[in-house]
Design a protein around this ligand. Structure first.
Ligand code: TNX
Length: 533
């Protein structure tokens, strides 16, 4: 027994002596330009060495201002959860700190707030931007550069080698979003927060919440309480539904803001309003019998567009939601209003636009809204109609690219998909990526494109695992389509970087779809069978 102990002690001492001292570590050659970064940065220069992230690493910031301090905390916490390392922030005595990560806000840096530069040297990492927002985006790149597993053979301690070199980066589009439909099936605040965590890691900066539809009204309106009492009580398939209180919504908005993500609330109208009309029947413009609806049809409901009381109601809704929405946008839906006459539809959109503007917001609507006399400051979300998109351009409007055939996350991957619909297309992982938002729609000039958004409708999904199955991995590709420049987008290269996301996604317990078109990197967290498509 004693002999065995002595023997293992000797082995440990020998092992320590054989390892080089802290400063002399020889790292295997690295290549920053082939790192698993998604979205692909604008420019990368590699210099082959490594920064050894370890227990002697500290974080320093160029000021103690709250927004930057919060980003430093965020980075430190993400390093801790990935590696177990405690990285002190702005440690004054520098005792025990041998290398550092410096977060530097420099006013004369790039004008674009999201632009950043990340320079990795042997003993320092310097991340600079003109605003904490750019630092936050750069922090995501840095997180992606930290290996999932430590190297325990280089020294007497665990080291996570980060390739040295320089990344200069900025987004191609300032609007990079995903929509979550919490109306067809309700998702909890915790579910939404996890979705935010994952989207932020890939630099997505917009979360559009589809808060109301025929099957449910999901946001508390204090002046109209029955909307949630009655209208929030069901969902597709007859389950109990649910809704966000205004405090829940504020909690989501604040969590998103911490991730430099803007929340866009959508109240879909004048169609998709059955849940509202069942709660307050005077809103209804169809005259048909009203009942809570748990099916999947669209186009059967409409507000009464010629009643002043309907606009008084909408004024209250827009006012209450705008008051708790710091972002500049308010989405009025406006899609598939098949039970509203065209004249009534145009009259309605014109009036609602004024209400949205009165509360200081920019109106967004699905592409149909371009038929109305909308202002050039309003935004059309292209999902189906090129004609509507042309009308939007003629009106000088900005357009969000959400073509259903490419970006609809609720479309099935193939005929074997466990969830989803296929009315627009089957969308395997490569189809979701291999297209160009800049040239997809004929007659849509680049300057009219605000950005890209991938909507996740929830008729066929009712829990977080199912949500993740449809969103991941496709939304990761959409992040690259909106952040990276066209020259930096290439399916063959992307699919290798995507394959190497598996350890991260598994560690985050994301139930992503393991398409067999991707050669997923195996890892220690889980092993799941590769799915067929
Ligand atoms: C169309 S896209 C809709 C939604 C459905 C979705 C299902 C759009 C603006 N409207 O109401 O949920 O298809 O894929």
């Amino acid at each position: 027994m004693k002999k065995a102990l002595l023997f293992s002690f000797l082995i440990i001492v020998l092992a320590i002596q054989c390892k080089p001292a802290k400063s002399e570590i020889q790292f295997p050659e690295t290549d920053l330009s082939s790192a698993d970064l998604i979205p692909m940065p604008l420019q990368i220069a590699s210099d082959g060495d490594a920064f050894g992230l370890d227990q002697f690493t500290g974080i320093y910031t160029s000021s103690n201002d709250e927004p930057l301090a919060a980003v430093a905390e965020f980075l430190s916490e993400k390093i801790r959860s990935k590696t177990g390392l405690i990285t002190p922030i702005n440690k004054e005595d520098k005792e025990g700190v041998e290398r550092y990560i410096y977060l530097s806000v420099e006013e004369d840096f790039e004008a674009n707030k999201e632009a950043y530069e990340l320079v990795m040297n042997r003993d320092s990492i310097i991340l600079s931007a003109s605003d904490p927002e750019g630092i936050f985006r750069g922090v995501q790149s840095l997180r992606q550069l930290i290996p999932e597993e430590a190297n325990d053979t280089l020294a007497d301690r665990s080291i996570w080698p980060i390739p040295t070199g320089k990344i200069s980066d900025e987004p191609n589009f300032g609007f990079r979003g995903s929509m979550l439909d919490v109306a067809r099936h309700f998702f909890s605040v915790e579910d939404v927060k996890k979705y935010i965590d994952l989207l932020a890691y890939y630099k997505i900066n917009i979360l559009h919440l589809h808060l109301t539809d025929d099957q449910g009204w999901r946001i508390e309106i204090k002046s109209w309480p029955k909307l949630t009492e009655i209208g929030g009580s069901t969902e597709v398939g007859g389950e109990a539904g649910g809704f966000f209180t205004q405090n829940d919504y504020k909690d989501i908005v604040a969590y998103a803001a911490k991730h430099y993500m803007t929340v866009i609330p959508e109240i879909d109208m004048p169609g998709h309003t059955n849940a509202a009309s069942v709660s307050y029947p005077f809103l209804d413009g169809t005259g048909k019998p009203l009942a809570l609806y748990e099916g999947m049809r669209v186009g059967f409901s409409s507000f009464d567009t010629r009643k002043d009381t309907v606009y008084a109601f909408i004024d209250d809704v827009v006012r209450e939601i705008s008051a708790i929405t710091p972002g500049p946008y308010f989405h009025i839906g406006g899609d598939e209003s098949h039970s509203t006459s065209k004249n009534d539809y145009i009259y309605f959109v014109n009036r609602v636009e004024k209400i949205v503007q009165k509360y200081g917001k920019r109106m967004i609507g699905w592409d149909e809204i371009a038929q109305a006399d909308v202002d050039s400051t309003s935004i059309a979300q292209f999902w189906a109609s090129e004609d509507h998109t042309k009308m939007a351009v003629e009106k000088g409007m900005q357009v969000i690219m959400s073509p259903a055939k490419k970006t609809y996350l609720d479309m099935e991957y193939d005929t074997l998909s466990k969830h989803g619909l296929h009315w627009a297309a089957y969308i395997p992982v490569d189809t979701a990526y291999v297209w160009s938002p800049e040239s997809y729609t004929e007659g849509l000039p680049l300057e009219n494109i605000l950005g890209v958004e991938a909507p996740l409708w929830s008729e066929t999904i009712s829990d977080l695992g199912e949500l993740e199955y449809l969103a991941f991995p496709r939304v990761i590709g959409h992040s690259e389509l909106s952040w990276s420049s066209p020259e930096n987008r290439d399916w063959e290269k992307y699919k290798v970087r995507l394959a190497n996301q598996a350890p991260f996604l598994d560690r985050m317990n994301v139930q992503f779809y393991r398409s067999h078109r991707i050669d997923w990197k195996e890892n220690k967290y889980t092993y799941k069978e590769i799915e067929k498509d």
